[in-house]
Design a protein around this ligand. Structure first.
Ligand SMILES: Cc1cc2nc3c(=O)[nH]c(=O)nc-3n(C[C@H](O)[C@H](O)[C@H](O)COP(=O)(O)O)c2cc1C
Length: 174
């Protein structure tokens, strides 16, 4: 595994985007739910891809996750900590490259905010090296799982992002 895709998701949209990015990255990538993601970055990871749902204009917080769970019609994908807490506790012995992504409501970023931008700032502040700009994938409606649906074409766009990120991975050593 050379690319680690870590995602947080309530209703499953960010999870689907994360899996599509990992598919695009190819066989050297794995997508891991944030609750199962390592706190110590394994030495073989060359690229970290971190994503979560936009809540309150940025990364989720305990209160927004509680709110999301209350609106859910089935158990949420990420019942524990989110990427905000995971990034804060992440340990690495080197400046690994990263990119961040999110899901957010379709509309102007100025109005809706972006968890990816917040995550990118947090990762940069921890000394990680941004390899590509934050990316947003759009859902169609406001709050609650019945309204949260990925806009058509977003999974294809996520696979395409994965393929472009694969070019950032160093050639495998022999
Ligand atoms: C409590 C809460 C707050 C939210 N705040 C925002 C927001 O500020 N901006 C935005 O674009 N979307 C917001 N959303 C919509 C989420 O971004 C959307 O539910 C999420 O992208 C769906 O991803 P998921 O299925 O992986 O949870 C919010 C959703 C919840 C539940």
């Amino acid at each position: 595994m050379r690319a680690l895709v870590v995602y947080e998701s309530m209703y499953g949209n960010t999870e689907r985007i994360a899996v599509a990015i990992a598919e695009g990255l190819g066989p050297d990538a794995v997508a891991v739910e944030v609750g199962a993601a390592p706190r110590d970055l394994p030495p073989e990871v060359d690229l970290l891809v971190v994503g979560g749902p936009t809540h309150g204009h940025g990364m989720s917080q305990p209160a927004t996750r509680e709110n999301a769970s209350a609106h859910a019609d089935r158990p949420v994908v990420s019942p524990g900590e989110g990427i905000r807490e995971w990034i804060a506790g992440l340990r690495a012995d080197r400046a690994v490259r990263f990119t961040a992504f999110d899901t957010r409501i379709k509309g102007p970023k100025l109005l809706w905010g972006s968890a990816a931008e917040s995550a990118a700032k947090a990762l940069s502040a921890r000394g990680f090296q941004q390899a590509a700009p934050p990316a947003s994938f759009l859902v169609g409606g406001p709050l609650g799982s019945p309204y949260d649906r990925l806009v058509a074409g977003e999974l294809d766009r996520a696979r395409e992002l994965g393929r472009s990120l694969a070019a950032l991975l160093p050639a495998p050593s022999r």
